[in-house]
Design a protein around this ligand. Structure first.
Ligand code: MP5
Length: 213
């Protein structure tokens, strides 16, 4: 079985636990409180902002043929920040001087270290896991949705055909990287996928329950 399909098979239960987080079902039902949604909005704004240097770090290690896609990803992240800013202004959420919550800071730093110090293949596994987690989580919201949401632009952002295409490309490339990797490198890629997925689940918990230092 190809590497990516194998990962999803192996960690199916963990992935399902992430999708079962109440934050997602409440967004779908339209019952999420503004306070809980604002937790996510503020924290994810910082997360997305801090994801940009990670892409730049990946470019320093990427094979030539991957550079264009990473450059496009930086532009997409910049556009995403504008979406956060517009939605925050529209819904009266302040995103100035947000202090990253413990889980968020841990996740940001985990990805930063990965992109600085790990081989490209391992950093790529983290990117795939994070993007696929958002695609599947927001698709799950869309599937469960009972009516239009005041947060619809976010739901649509990560369920668009463009985003699906990006995640498909990441999967294809990750399979190629894994096929050429040694057994020990592949094991590191798998571990990074698993750790990233666990942070993604914690991020939904952080949004739902709030978190303080
Ligand atoms: C993404 C995100 C998706 N915005 N936040 C978390 C916690 N995980 C994944 O990434 P992108 O690149 O913002 O679409």
């Amino acid at each position: 079985m190809a590497f990516v399909a194998d990962l999803h098979e192996k960690y199916r239960e963990h992935w399902a636990e992430m999708l079962a987080e109440p934050f997602l079902s409440e967004v779908a039902a339209g019952s999420i409180s503004d306070e809980r949604f604002a937790n996510w909005l503020k924290q994810d704004y910082v997360f997305v902002r801090e994801a940009i240097p990670n892409v730049a770090l990946k470019i320093t290690k990427a094979p030539l043929e991957h550079r264009q896609a990473h450059s496009n990803a930086i532009a997409a992240l910049q556009r995403e920040l504008v979406l956060f800013e517009e939605m925050a202004a529209e819904h009266g959420v302040s995103i100035e001087d947000v202090e990253p919550a413990p889980t968020n800071l841990g996740y940001i730093n985990f990805l930063r270290v990965t992109n600085y110090t790990d081989p490209y293949e391992v950093a790529y596994a983290a990117t795939y896991a994070a993007e696929k987690a958002y695609l599947d989580s927001w698709l799950h919201v869309k599937e469960l949705q009972v009516g239009p949401s005041k947060w619809q632009r976010f739901i649509d952002n990560w369920t668009s055909d463009g985003f699906k295409g990006w995640v498909d490309l990441l999967a294809t490339n990750l399979d190629e990287l894994a096929a050429a990797a040694s057994v020990s490198l592949r094991a590191k890629m798998e571990r990074k996928f698993f750790e990233t997925m666990r942070y993604e689940r914690l991020f939904w918990k952080l949004a739902f329950h709030g978190e303080s230092w």
